[in-house]
Design a protein around this ligand. Structure first.
Ligand code: MN
Length: 130
């Protein structure tokens, strides 16, 4: 069965790159360009993983993660935060908001899919690697 990944990301270039890499690896990718539509899609589609940009306009990634965790329909979905700000506090804030792991941008095409695969398999030990 093809695993479906929900990508919540406002940057078109990042959406393109992530989708290209994951589809080439055999995953199905559904895109959301903002937080509210991402939350709605997560409930409807029940993806195997949510890749969540933290720097979103309006409803940011932390708020999206909290909303997903607060709704019984989406509380169990694994969320991996993706952020370009490799600041020390970001990882803790993402985990506190309910994310299981953390990836940093820029996306490394050589390692990205393997890292996503580890998260899909529930191995969050490599959460800081990208
Ligand atoms: Mn962004």
């Amino acid at each position: 069965m093809t695993e479906r990944i929900l990508l919540i990301e406002d940057n078109e270039n990042n959406r393109y790159l992530v989708t290209f890499l994951l589809e080439a690896a055999g995953y199905e990718v559904v895109q959301a360009g903002d937080g509210p539509s991402g939350v709605a899609l997560a409930a409807r589609l029940q993806p195997a993983l949510v890749l969540l940009d933290i720097q979103l306009p309006g409803m940011d990634g932390y708020a999206v993660a909290r909303a997903l965790k607060a709704d019984a329909a989406t509380a169990a979905l694994p969320i991996v935060a993706v952020t370009s700000h490799a600041m020390a506090g970001d990882r803790g804030a993402a985990l506190a908001a309910g994310c299981r792991g953390y990836l940093t941008k820029p996306i490394d095409p050589d390692t990205f899919v393997a890292t996503v695969r580890r998260h899909l398999q529930g191995d969050f030990g490599g959460a800081e690697a990208s």
